[in-house]
Write a new protein. Structure first.
Length: 537
């Protein structure tokens, strides 16, 4: 989907005015004031600026005339985000600095000391709260989640509205608590941990640097980033992910000693699934999807990131529906270009994994995912913002206006909140009724066949694993680049819903067509299910 083009099209044909004269004198929220001395803030590189923060934790309102009492000093700042950059209300990445420009680790609004921060400016999310809700719910789960605080922002004496000040995902004792890796670290023990990798668009710091795993997933280096990660570290994390994939897609993947649990932290993956499904995050599993690995530990899912299009705020790929699974994205939007990899479907074919997931859902529904808890959370956030909401929408008068990719267009802020609450209640109800299908009849829900290939490239033999409930109707073929059939493959081994195929590099008449690029094609009758490339060395 050409989402950026859709943004541009909408902004051209549907302009709206903003009220740049909105004045902030006092707020129930902390006030962030940034002055760039007349400089425009670019996407990259960061520019120098000054920032002050006013907060009175005793319950009194924060006055713009108050002295800066939380922070007063130098920062560097840039615009952040991908598609969201085309909105007039920008998001920013910033670094707190010493007068000489070096890092200045500080505690902001009760969050642990660090120097890298994000100012997220909700725009199409007219509740202003979707990211704040998701991160607050995620904080109750098994892994670190960036902390967040609601604030109001003034930039160069221009009121900008309600923002969310939040921690940037990075390696730190109080953030992603993994070991530090330097460019000179190469010993076998030391390089076994200290990694953050992600599935994402090719934008942001570090660009599009990473590698294709054996299953075809493109992982980007986040920590160490592409400039600092050395060859030994790259080789280790790539090999570890490949080993995890081989175990996950092997016929014996359910084995507790040799299967995927040897490499993958089950608890973190379960919690990640449940939050993505509760919010029906249309970007979940495929964009802004982070993983991390401690030294000597297993690969963990998370931290979570980017939920502004979740909770019924996406009118494409069924993102607005309260029914169905976000994990079915590939089936709903097969031509999107940023599909979900097949780890998640594969995990959910393991009855033990599904049962544990169902038990965890029940546990959370009696706690932080209980409808009363979530509704109280939203009510509390509304109470915190108070009159800041009116100022925000005076500055950005979008209530009653469709902004990409809204599902609901309410004429008032309270209408937006009621839609959000009703959506969450309906979603909880649907998941309660259908959660047994995940834990006990998984393949009935995830019925679309999926395929994984390893090793790829290969020398003499390649294995193709298909997960499906319709094995007797599937046809798996190898073709040359001209589309000529080389070989129709037969099932070598079948284990539950896993079908194992192997190609020995020979054509149907027993001859060896040689090295090069081949295509595989999985189909059901004339319906193409999936295709891809095989590279023979």
């Amino acid at each position: 989907m050409k989402l950026n083009l859709l943004f541009i099209f909408f902004l051209i044909i549907s302009p709206f005015s903003s009220n740049a004269q909105e004045v902030l004198e006092s707020s129930p929220l902390p006030i962030v004031v940034i002055n760039t001395q007349g400089q425009n803030i670019p996407d990259d590189p960061r520019i120098q600026a000054r920032m002050g923060i006013i907060t009175n934790e005793d319950g009194n309102r924060n006055l713009l005339s108050d002295p800066f009492n939380e922070y007063d000093g130098r920062i560097s700042i840039e615009i952040r985000g991908s598609s969201s950059q085309l909105f007039p209300k920008k998001g920013y990445g910033l670094e707190t600095q010493m007068p000489d420009g070096s890092n200045r680790n500080v505690s902001l609004l009760g969050m642990p000391k660090e120097n890298d921060w994000i100012l997220h400016g909700p725009f199409s999310d007219k509740s202003l709260l979707r990211n704040h809700i998701a991160f607050s719910l995620g904080a109750k789960l098994s892994q670190y989640v960036p902390r967040t605080r609601l604030v109001e922002l003034i930039l160069n004496e221009d009121y900008q509205g309600v923002y969310i000040l939040m921690e940037k995902i990075k390696r730190d004792n109080d953030r992603v608590d993994i070991q530090k890796l330097s460019p000179t670290t190469t010993s076998a023990d030391s390089i076994s941990g200290g990694y953050i990798i992600k599935l994402d668009k090719g934008t942001g710091s570090g660009g599009f640097q990473g590698w294709h795993s054996q299953s075809g997933s493109f992982f980007q280096y986040d920590y160490p980033d592409s400039e600092d990660i050395n060859a030994a570290q790259q080789a280790y994390i790539q090999s570890y992910v490949d080993s995890m994939e081989e175990a996950l897609f092997s016929p014996f993947y359910q084995d507790t000693e040799t299967g995927y649990r040897k490499y993958l932290d089950e608890e973190s993956f379960i919690d990640y699934i449940l939050l993505n499904e509760l919010s029906r995050n249309v970007d979940g599993y495929r964009l802004s999807t982070f993983f991390h690995k401690e030294r000597g530990g297993k690969l963990k899912a998370g931290p979570i990131w980017d939920y502004n299009l979740a909770f019924g705020n996406a009118n494409y790929c069924a993102g607005g529906g309260t029914f169905g699974w976000a994990l079915n994205f590939n089936q709903i939007c097969p031509g999107d270009g940023a599909n979900i990899n097949n780890y998640w479907d594969r995990l959910l074919t393991d009855p033990a994994f599904g049962e544990t997931l169902g038990e965890r859902w029940s546990e959370l529904r009696n706690g932080s995912f209980h409808e009363d808890s979530i509704m109280a959370l939203i009510d509390n956030f509304q109470l915190q913002m108070d009159d800041a909401v009116e100022r925000n929408f005076n500055r950005w008068p979008v209530l009653g206006t469709w902004i990409w990719p809204n599902v609901e267009v309410a004429g008032s802020y309270q209408g937006e909140i009621e839609y959000l609450k009703d959506w969450i209640m309906d979603r909880l109800d649907w998941m309660d009724q259908n959660m047994p299908l995940i834990s006990k009849q998984v393949v009935g829900v995830y019925s679309r066949p999926s395929i994984s290939v390893f090793p790829n490239p290969f020398e003499n033999e390649v294995t193709l694993n298909v997960t499906s409930t319709i094995s007797d109707e599937l046809i798996l073929e190898v073709l040359d680049l001209r589309g000529k059939l080389v070989r129709e493959l037969e099932i070598v081994r079948e284990s539950g819903f896993t079908l194992l195929y192997q190609w020995d590099g020979k054509s149907s008449n027993g001859t060896d067509p040689g090295s090069g690029i081949y295509l595989y094609r999985l189909r059901k009758g004339d319906i193409l299910i999936e295709n891809g490339k095989l590279i023979r060395k």
